[in-house]
Design a protein around this ligand. Structure first.
Ligand code: UD1
Ligand code: CA
Length: 451
């Protein structure tokens, strides 16, 4: 098979007013990533695969998101909203480069899979000038209807322009299509706006393909995959579909999850062998969990590497930039952020470990707080290998504790502690023999009988 070059155009100029949000629609999150990032991830890949995103005016935040997830993608602004074909042509420069396949997809359909992109491209390879993704809609209202004769697609009729008879058709336009590159611009340039909305409809491409004596065809998929997001309710439905897929994939990969419906994963979560995730765990983006690790109930983990056989929670909060080495134990009510914990290190209860490097086998006692913030800047704490930080200590950063050192409980450590030293920072314990009894006796003697 000859490798075909491709360009995928993502239409993301939508206003998204029904989301009732100041955030552009395509920047809303599903499974820890934006709608747009999901679509960009599914887009055609490999050598000779270019990407272009069409955004609305004043959507710098959408452009920033494109830069973040696919720095190689070109962005184009559609200044006026004049229809889907008009939006595609905003990316004319990307199309004119002459890739073999031109794929068009909406930015609000996060459940599309890479396999579907490949199926559409396959239809082009088989000689179609245009392949349209279709689905059987439970309720077709509002969708463009696919009018088919034999194995050929003859037209797409928008709801507003459809006859009574055509509205009964349940095979609908999902919105995604693929054009053979060599005829794409010729077809797109012929699309006019003579319809009830005076918009340039991308869907009119089908009739034009026929006029040119070329072939248009339908590739069918399930309704779940083509769900478009217009409302917060639909965003939640897409989340549910995505989570169901992610949980199933994790189970298939051998992760033990006793109550899958209570566990939330991100699209990029990776697992080693024999990982266990207990009920009610939330895993955000950028998390890898190595062999044998256990995430106990009610833990929240984001952008972190969990090492082999590590144990997290219950009730742990693992924040971005955390790396837990092999066998690390993070117990209940422990929060970590930008923290490295070497193999075998432990923080079993009630601690804040932020901007920290903790050496192997160090022990962070209950109630230890790394005071990393002075109101202006963040500072680093280093705890050497095998050090023992007694309970309820405050480590005021920047500060270093040498390997093997001991910190007496309740100390406020502000200066470097040498290796193997003991640092105690608290007043000496005073003992006053018999004081408590004398105190009680005095109180009882002076007490007036209650009237
Ligand atoms: C479109 C299709 C319809 C299909 C449906 C699937 C057309 C004419 N109709 O209808 O056949 O069944 O999607 O969901 O294509 N956009 C722009 N600029 C514009 C107009 C639209 O970028 O000027 C983008 C929107 O942001 C959106 C997408 O194109 O991502 C679809 O536009 P929308 O107005 O939602 O089209 P529908 O009426 O839903
Ligand atoms: Ca739509």
């Amino acid at each position: 098979m000859v490798a075909r070059s491709s360009v995928t155009i993502v239409l993301a100029a939508g206003e998204g007013t029904r989301m009732r949000s100041s955030l552009p629609k395509v920047l809303h999150p599903v499974a820890g990533n934006t709608l747009l990032a999901h679509v960009l991830a599914a887009a055609a890949r490999g050598k000779g695969a270019a990407l272009a995103v069409v955004v609305g005016p004043d959507h710098q935040s959408v452009i920033d998101e494109v830069r973040r997830v696919r720095p190689d993608a070109a962005t184009f602004v559609q200044r006026e909203r004049k229809g889907t074909a008009h939006a595609v042509l905003a990316a004319r420069d990307a199309i004119a480069k002459g890739a073999d396949d031109l794929l068009i997809v909406f930015g609000d359909t996060p459940l599309l899979t890479a396999a579907t992109f490949e199926r559409l491209r396959g239809a082009l390879q088989d000689g179609a000038a245009l392949a349209v993704l279709g689905f059987r809609a439970a309720d077709p209202t509002g969708y463009g209807r696919l009018l088919v004769e034999g194995d050929q697609l003859v037209a797409i009729r928008e709801q507003a322009d459809a006859t009574e008879q055509e509205r009964k058709v349940t095979l609908c336009n999902a919105g995604m299509m693929a054009f053979a590159g060599k005829s794409a611009l010729q077809i797109l340039d012929r699309i006019g706006n003579a319809n009830s909305k005076n918009e340039y409809y991308l869907t009119d491409a089908v009739a034009i393909v026929r006029e040119l004596g070329l072939r248009a065809t339908v590739i069918e998929t399930g309704e779940d995959e083509v769900r478009g997001i217009n409302t917060k309710a639909q965003l939640a439905e897409a989340e549910a579909v995505m989570q169901a897929k992610l949980r199933q994939a994790a189970l298939d990969a051998g992760v033990t999850i006793a109550a899958p419906e209570t566990v939330f994963l991100a699209a990029d979560t990776t697992f080693g062998r024999d990982v266990t995730i207990e009920p009610f765990v939330v895993i955000g983006p950028g998390v890898s969990i190595a062999d044998g690790a256990v995430i106990h109930s009610f833990s929240h983990v984001v952008q972190a590497e969990i090492g082999k056989n590590a144990s997290v929670g219950p009730y742990a909060r693992i924040r971005p930039g955390t790396t837990l080495g092999e066998g690390v134990r993070i117990g209940n009510f422990v929060e970590t952020k930008a923290a490295f914990l070497g193999a075998g290190a432990k923080a079993n209860h009630l601690a804040y470990i932020g901007d920290a490097h903790v050496g192997e086998k160090a022990n962070i006692g209950a109630g230890t707080i790394m005071c990393n913030y002075d109101g202006f800047d963040k500072h680093k704490t280093e705890v050497g290998a095998g050090a023992f930080v007694g309970s309820n200590s405050s480590l005021v950063a920047p500060v270093k504790i040498g390997a093997g050192a001991y910190i007496g409980s309740g100390s406020v450590i502000t200066r470097e502690v040498p290796g193997d030293a003991l640092a105690v920072e608290r007043s000496d314990q005073a003992i006053k023999p018999g004081w408590a009894k004398r105190f009680r006796d005095m109180k009882l003697l002076n007490r007036k009988p209650k009237s």
